[in-house]
Every structure is written in structure tokens, then in C-alpha cells.
Write a protein that binds this ligand. Structure first.
Ligand code: SAH
Length: 255
């Protein structure tokens, strides 16, 4: 059996209980060495074969899985954050399907949420934004034209930008071209939940400058929007005058 497992955003204790158990049972672990915390490998059995996929091709990863399956081994493919976000898991699954090999997915805490925790922020504030746009700038991997930063910026929703730390000048320009005020709050979170995490609060126009001042060139998420500001409406769900399935409205004012 092959399990794709989300390692979480960085801190080793942010893997799920299930993910940890799968690591403990694994005979083979193939981990994404560029971003998975190597501390997680301490959960592996002494006899476990460990491979760092950073130096492997898709075919080499697949061959290792197929060989392990033939030997009836427990295999864990350990991806950073949650495997569903920029995890390149689909191409691996398609190869396994071609070979009739079964697999499961164990979710993980994405850096999307590690970053919100580092910021102590809520992405979905009433009357500010009720949507989160998760995207990236085009790099070696292209982004479909209809998903341009400008078109997303026009929504003024909360935006979280992956894989773009080296292109912040262009990101600012596109956000402003798309309709963001240059002074809109933004934040750069480097290595969220790791020991050397850095949180830099800035504005849309100063993204590149702020990253430079803090020597941040990679492994960061850029968040943009008024969820980083101070104005919002309180939630209806906890409002004293609002009844719902589990609670009747109260007459008294909130103290
Ligand atoms: N599947 C991962 C994302 C993989 S893409 C997830 O769910 O988090 C790799 C990109 O994710 C990095 O270039 C960076 O933009 C972001 N990233 C990964 N871990 C991060 C962390 N701890 N803090 C900030 N950004 C991170």
C-alpha cells in the first residue's frame, strides 16, 4: 500500500496523528527534501529505507514505489504541507493507476494555514472578504491566462500567493494594475511554523523592498488584503441577537 502523506508546514509536531502512525509503519519513505522537516524522519523504523525526492525524477520516484509494492512493503510518499496544493501528486497517482497499484491520501496542514497562524489572522472576515484566492505567479510552470493576478486582484478578496517570492516587484505591479490600492496591507511569511519563521507586515507596493530588507528570497507565502487591516464586522453566528439551530437570541446586550 502506498500512502501520500501531508507533512504539515514545518514544525514536526504539526503532522497529523494518522500521518505520524503511517511514518512509524513505513518500510519505505520518499520525502520531498526541499521543504519537509527532516525531524519527521525520526518517526521511521530503523530498517526503513529513506529516499529524498529532491534529487529524483518522477520516473525514479515511481520505480521506487512500484518496486516497494512488489515487495509488499508499506510505502509513504511524504509531501510538504497538504499534498493537494502544488504537490504534483496527480502525475504519481496516474502512474500507479496504470500499474493497478492502490494508494490513499492522508491530508496535512498546508502552509496556507501555517501562515494564517503565524499572522494570528482570519482570512474570512465578515464585511471584508468571505473568499480566499490561492494562486501563484507563472514561473517555469505556466499559469493559465484567465487566472491572471490582475483578474484575481479585481475581487479584493483575501489572496495567498505561493511560489512567487522571487518575483515580488512584478507581483506588486500586477496587483496594483488589477485594482489594489498601493497601500493595501500585505504580509510575507517566511518558513511559517519553523524555528526560523519570519513575519513581515508591509503593503502591496512595498513587497519587494520588505522581502529584501529581511533577506527573504524563497519559502514564503505572500498574503494580501484588508483581512490584515483593523476594520471588520463581528460574526452573526456569535451575535446575541441572532438565533440559530443551537442557540436562541438573547434579549440582553453583549457585555
Ligand atoms: N503543499 C505545500 C505547498 C508546496 S509548494 C503546502 O500545502 O504548503 C511550495 C511553496 O509553498 C513554497 O515555495 C512556499 O511558497 C510555500 N511554503 C511551503 N512551506 C512554507 C512555509 N512553512 N512557510 C511559508 N511558505 C511555505
Amino acid at each position: 500500500m502506498i500512502n501520500f502523506v501531508g507533512a504539515g508546514p514545518g514544525a514536526a509536531d504539526l503532522i497529523t496523528v494518522r500521518g505520524k502512525e503511517l511514518l512509524e509503519q513505513a518500510d519505505i519513505i520518499i520525502y520531498a527534501g526541499s521543504l519537509v522537516n527532516p525531524e519527521l524522519l525520526k518517526y521511521a523504523k530503523e530498517s526503513c529505507e529513506i529516499y529524498n525526492s529532491a534529487s529524483m525524477t518522477l520516473e525514479e520516484v515511481a520505480e521506487t514505489m512500484i518496486r516497494g509494492e512488489r515487495e509488499q512493503k508499506n510505502i509513504v510518499r511524504l509531501h510538504t504541507g497538504d499534498p493537494a496544493i502544488y504537490g504534483a501528486i496527480r502525475e504519481q497517482m496516474d502512474i500507479l493507476d496504470e500499474h493497478g497499484i492502490e494508494y490513499k491520501v492522508c491530508p496535512g496542514v498546508s502552509s496556507l494555514f501555517g501562515t494564517a497562524a503565524a499572522l494570528k489572522a482570519e482570512y474570512t472576515l465578515p464585511d471584508v472578504s468571505q473568499s480566499v484566492i490561492v494562486t501563484r505567479m507563472a514561473g517555469r510552470t505556466p499559469v493559465p491566462e484567465k487566472e491572471s493576478i490582475e483578474s484575481f486582484a479585481a475581487h479584493h478578496a483575501t489572496m495567498v500567493v505561493f511560489l512567487s517570492t522571487g518575483m515580488l516587484g512584478e507581483l506588486s505591479k500586477r496587483l496594483i494594475d488589477g485594482g489594489y490600492e498601493p497601500e493595501t496591507p500585505a504580509a510575507i511569511v517566511y518558513k511559517a511554523t519553523w524555528q526560523d519563521e519570519k513575519v513581515v507586515r508591509t503593503t502591496v507596493k512595498d513587497l519587494e523592498k520588505s522581502a529584501k530588507e529581511n533577506n527573504i528570497t524563497k519559502t514564503a507565502l505572500i498574503t494580501i488584503g484588508d483581512f490584515l487591516g483593523s476594520k471588520y464586522d463581528r460574526s452573526k453566528l456569535y451575535d446575541h441577537s441572532f438565533s440559530h439551530e443551537f442557540r436562541a437570541a438573547k434579549e440582553t446586550e453583549r457585555s
